[in-house]
Design a protein around this ligand. Structure first.
Ligand SMILES: [Zn+2]
Length: 416
């Protein structure tokens, strides 16, 4: 008989798709790793065979997810990629483990890798988590980022560098053979490096189509750093699954995304731009002039506008945002959702959907809703995140996190 847990006297936020959903009174029965029953009333259970946990009105929602994660960036990361690459791997992996734990303790049960600094960071973390050695979320592991020779990152320092479709196919196959499931390609520039502006386009349709096909053959998928509209359109028409940033959009890009509404997701990273243009990085030497020179203020405005276009077009958004800088510190991941509410006009529930019901299918997991038969990855918080989205950012309100039906984190301050 599978292990049974009854979460009693809960307020359940199922994330069933209603943009106006509010938490409702209910009980949740978990059997093994799945939700067995969600009832709008009290359920009876035999305490001899069921662990009964009285939540006293706390909210149960699906565990959150972040689709743009760099586990390689330690808690004290200061944008020194070179130093991380050369840190002895044994020391570095403890930093990665601390990042994994921080995600879980922040209510995040799923992360999708967006490129690593040491090649096996995501893979080793995933393995240790899956074997129960360290706490952490489900990881869809990424490998080293892939760049085109001559393009951003293509100097060969930290990324895999390719020149044509055949090369790219080989790199994808090689990474997949090590267990990588989310491959990260650089197909546009980035204002932060002025020689490689956001509107630059790297690689081409033939290369991306080859990468998508090869990844698919291995049960993996392609994600792309694409800031300018031409790169977004190319990613959309060639079958890239997750498009990161998409700061600039035009009619062609939106049309290409619309044509793939069911199997493409956009992961903007709005909080990062917000923090940059709001001067949060200044104490770490990123002066307003540098932010201005990077074109970030315009990019920020454009991204806010673009999110409205995506919403109107019914394109699915994924929460995720390059967290791990000192000014977007690990553990503050849900700030992304707050920006969606405050800047992009989403209801709190719509913002939560970007981290839950949109995330499960994008990651390939049966997660993201509190649904009978679904995996019991759940977050328990005091307060109502549909009334105040910042509830999800407050550690003292976080009671517990369940993964695979088991308590994976319990707030020591909340439970005796
Ligand atoms: Zn990133």
């Amino acid at each position: 008989m599978p292990e049974r847990t009854l979460l009693k006297n809960a307020r359940v936020l199922a994330c069933s798709g209603d943009p106006e959903e509010r938490p409702r009174d209910g009980d949740v029965l978990i059997e093994g790793d799945r939700v067995a029953k969600v009832a709008p009333h009290r359920l009876d259970a035999d305490p001899a065979s069921t662990r009964i946990v009285d939540l006293k009105g706390a909210t149960v929602l699906p565990g959150l997810g972040d689709a743009h994660v760099h586990t390689s960036w330690p808690l004290d990361f200061v944008f020194d990629h070179g130093a991380i690459a050369t840190t002895p791997p044994n020391k570095h992996m403890l930093d990665v483990a601390a990042v994994a734990r921080t995600f879980l303790e922040s209510g995040y049960t799923t992360v999708i890798g967006a490129g690593v600094t040491q090649p096996e960071d995501d893979l080793l973390a995933k393995d240790a988590i899956d074997r129960g050695l360290i706490p952490g979320p489900r990881i869809v592991p990424s490998g080293p980022m892939v760049a085109e020779e001559g393009g951003l990152g293509g100097d060969g320092g930290l990324m895999d560098v390719v020149t044509n479709a055949k090369d790219l196919r080989e790199v994808v196959a090689r990474q997949c053979d090590t267990g990588v499931k989310a491959l990260k390609l650089f197909i546009s520039g980035d204002g932060v490096v002025p020689e490689y502006p956001s509107e630059d386009v790297y690689m081409n349709d033939e290369m991306l189509a080859a990468a998508v096909e090869e990844a698919d053959r291995h049960g993996a998928f392609i994600t792309a750093h694409a800031r300018g509209s031409a790169s977004v359109a190319m990613a959309a028409r060639t079958g890239v699954r997750i498009i990161h940033h998409a700061c600039f959009l035009d009619g062609e890009a939106v049309k290409a995304l619309e044509a793939r509404r069911d199997d493409v997701w956009v992961c903007p990273g709005l909080h990062y731009l917000y923090a940059m243009v709001s001067g949060h990085a200044e104490p770490w030497g990123i002066a307003p002039e540098k932010v201005e020179a990077a074109g970030y203020p315009e990019e920020f405005r454009s991204q806010v506008e673009g999110m409205g276009m995506l919403r109107d077009a019914g394109i699915k958004i994924l929460a995720g945002g390059d967290f791990g800088h000192q000014w977007t510190h690990h553990g503050t991941y849900a700030a992304e959702l707050q920006r969606y509410v405050e800047l992009a006009g989403m209801t709190p529930v719509e913002a939560i959907h970007t981290a839950t019901r949109n995330m499960g299918p994008a990651a390939g997991f049966d997660t993201g809703q509190v649904r009978e038969g679904g995996l019991a990855d759940l977050l328990i918080v005091d307060g109502d995140p549909t009334a105040d989205i910042t509830v999800l950012q407050r550690p003292e309100l976080r009671r517990a996190v369940l993964k695979d039906g088991a308590f994976a984190y319990v707030n020591p301050e909340v439970f005796p």
